[in-house]
Design a protein around this ligand. Sequence first.
Ligand SMILES: C[S@@+](CC[C@H](N)C(=O)[O-])C[C@H]1O[C@@H](n2cnc3c(N)ncnc32)[C@H](O)[C@@H]1O
Length: 244
Amino acid sequence: MSFKIPGGQKKATYVKNKFSVIANRYDLFNDIVTQWMHRYWKGFLVRKAGLKPGDSALDICCGTGDITQRLENVVGDSGKATGLDFSAGMLHVARARTANRRSRFLQGDATCLPMKSESQDAVTVGFGLRNLDDIQGCLSEVLRVLKPGGCFLSLDMGKVKIPLIRTLFQFYFFVIVPKIGKMIYPGEEFFDYFPHSSLNYPSQEKLSDILENTGFSNVRFFNFHFGSTVIHYAQKQSASTVTD
Ligand SMILES: C[S@@+](CC[C@H](N)C(=O)[O-])C[C@H]1O[C@@H](n2cnc3c(N)ncnc32)[C@H](O)[C@@H]1O
């Protein structure tokens, strides 16, 4: 467990560059380390967003765009699905996979969204918040761009409470996952970053508090695999329920 995550702005630059390096085989890595489960979690997340044809949805830290594509399937031709990421390499893969589709992809920072206020029916993020230095800043931006009544959904790693199971998961994340990554990209130390990025990431309860303190309501979360993976749901209060 000797890997050191670069601090401050250096972390953002490191993450941005490294995701571009592994972009071409990121989906393969994701499939193997989650035993294809990330596809189920992402489907669950998009269903929970409760979108309908014609809606607008934004997928931040979209990576190779698989959640964005699922959003597009729901909002249809009359709606708008946008993916946003700061890694040019990840966006290149996202654009290639959706070449004949309507999703659009923007290069940008999740803590400073290039969208109009109250323009989105839903904002999603998959395995993204964990990478941010300024989670609070990102959530404030998400709240700003959501329409009243719109919702935010985040899929990420969570904290396992049962000690024995926690130890097993830690072994898997800290020992096996980097080995799998290095088999796909020999010598790439970035795969040690993945488990370490979860160490300072808030527990499911703490993230719920942060969401509520940011101004979201109806905050709840869904645990998978003993809480090692978690989906948070949070809503922007609709105009009719705002009280003075
Ligand atoms: C682990 S990948 C997740 C990709 C995809 N959402 C998924 O669920 O598989 C994290 C993504 O977040 C992006 N990212 C990290 N920090 C970001 C930031 N501040 N602004 C925009 N994108 C960011 C990275 O470039 C990377 O593509």
